[in-house]
Design a protein around this ligand. Structure first.
Ligand code: IMP
Length: 220
């Protein structure tokens, strides 16, 4: 099958197949923070990361009910339009007492209940839905999908979970999204109270990325 990909033109323009080192990868996001975070870790593995916007790749829709389907859709879209291997992530907050909500709908949690699409509105809905709940456990989840070319039948998938508890009042000024309400008992701080470098090294994205790097080095 590898031969078919290499000689039959089914791989990307760099001929990348499973087991071949990746040199240049497009990130299926234009988020500057993610680019910095991912570029630092992938750079240590000799991989250069380029934001899809630099290649005029527009954002893909995220229509699926699972994180992994959305990440794969974004990665395939970026690989198809750029002709490069592509990496995408999808993430969200999963709260046990809410049976995993807001989950894949984290960015639109308030909007789905008729509110506005903002962090403040999302957090207000989260706190309201957890009012009086004794089980405050939740975790941030991140899945990464890396495809060597658009139709890659063997995408690399890696996931990370960052466990914490949901506060009923905000703490801290850093971060974004649900961070002021996401408390980490082991650090005695909310995610918004952590220095950005510490959050970036500990988060669900960092955990998933380390798993992805381990998969890549297994393949090399
Ligand atoms: P995306 O996968 O980057 O689009 O993230 C989806 C949504 O999940 C964000 O809009 C946030 O609401 C939430 N989220 C994901 N990661 C984080 C995080 O590190 N801190 C706070 N909120 C997050």
């Amino acid at each position: 099958m590898n031969e078919v990909r290499q000689y039959g033109g089914m791989g990307n323009e760099h001929g990348a197949t499973s087991g071949m080192p990746l040199k240049k990868v497009v990130l299926a996001s234009n988020n500057a923070g993610k680019l910095r975070e991912f570029a630092a870790l992938l750079g240590s593995a000799g991989i250069e990361l380029i934001a899809q916007g630099e290649l005029n790749v527009p954002e893909a829709d995220e229509p699926h009910p699972t994180f992994v389907e959305n990440a794969l859709t974004k990665a395939r879209h970026a690989a198809k339009l750029s002709g490069l291997p592509a990496l995408a992530d999808d993430s969200g907050l999963c709260v046990r007492a809410l049976r995993g909500a807001p989950g894949v709908y984290s960015a639109r949690f308030a909007q789905l209940a008729g509110g506005e699409k903002s962090d403040a509105a999302n957090n207000a809905r989260l706190v309201a839905e957890l009012h009086g709940a004794s089980d405050r456990r939740g975790y941030y989840y991140c899945v990464l999908a890396l495809v060597r070319y658009a139709d890659d039948p063997e995408p690399l998938i890696a996931e990370g979970r960052w466990h914490g508890e949901i506060l009923d009042a905000p703490r801290g000024e850093h971060g974004f999204g649900y961070d002021p309400y996401f408390y980490l008992p082991s650090l005695n701080a909310s995610a918004a109270e952590l220095e950005p470098a510490l959050k970036n090294a500990s988060s669900h994205r960092a955990i998933a990325l380390r798993h992805l790097l381990a998969r890549l080095s297994e393949e090399a």
